[in-house]
Design a protein around this ligand. Structure first.
Ligand SMILES: [Zn+2]
Length: 226
């Protein structure tokens, strides 16, 4: 039954004999009203479902596509021969703090902490280009170095200061000084250490992106002492 016919019948029903006589009118009207309410309800449901599709539609496929693209992309082999990024620290002095709970379990530690006194030189674990010098609440004074093939980013955080002349865009050699061990960011006052992280990057990823990888096994297995 279309809207027009249903409305037409609704109108026609008024002057009918049955109505005037007071017979059958309440029940017929109630049924029609019930039908109209049902129809309105169904329309509302359809509109709600439509807006749900509109809000979740564009997001979900892009997230899924991103995960699929990442899974399909050829994975960069982990770099070998990394330099331990704090001067004078031996491989057997390193502790694996990857994955430890941080912020009361709100997140997992994505990197390792290398304890050292304040001011000890922080050096590049591997060669690359200084992609970003960044100050953040968590990391404090930080450096992001991108590997020459752009597949890896090395992250150095909580620095007391940068090495003189360090600038974005500058090429660095493995073992070259980047800065000094400090306690900036959320390290905690006096808790001097280098937070060192590394991320596997897709070529188009920005310096803040990438997939964090535990550097510990790479540093203790065949790492060079600086
Ligand atoms: Zn850390």
């Amino acid at each position: 039954m279309s809207w027009a016919t249903s409305l037409g019948r609704f109108r026609r029903v008024r002057p009918s004999a049955a109505t005037r006589a007071g017979v059958g009118r309440p029940r017929g009207r109630r049924r029609r009203n019930l039908l109209l309410y049902l129809l309105a309800f169904v329309i509302m449901l359809l509109v709600a479902a439509g807006s749900l599709v509109r809000f979740t539609g564009p997001q979900q496929p892009s997230v899924v596509a991103d995960v699929i693209a990442r899974a399909k992309a050829p994975r960069a082999a982990p770099p070998s021969g990394l330099t331990i990024p704090v001067a004078g620290v031996r491989a057997d002095a390193l502790a694996d703090s990857w994955g430890q709970a941080r912020e009361g379990g709100a997140r997992a530690h994505q990197g390792i902490d290398i304890m050292a006194p304040r001011g000890v030189p922080v050096v590049a674990a591997s060669a690359g280009t200084v992609e970003r010098l960044f100050t953040s609440g968590a990391g404090g004074t930080t450096v992001y170095v991108r590997s020459p093939d752009r597949r890896w980013t090395y992250y150095y955080a909580h620095l007391a200061a940068y090495a003189p002349g360090l600038a974005e865009g500058a090429a660095v050699r493995a073992g070259q000084q980047l800065g000094y061990v400090g306690d900036t960011g959320n390290a905690g006052p006096g808790n001097y250490h280098l937070h060192f992280g590394m991320s596997r990057m897709r070529l188009g990823d920005g310096w803040w992106e990438g997939e964090a990888v535990n550097p510990f096994p790479l540093l203790v297995g065949g790492a060079r002492r600086s």
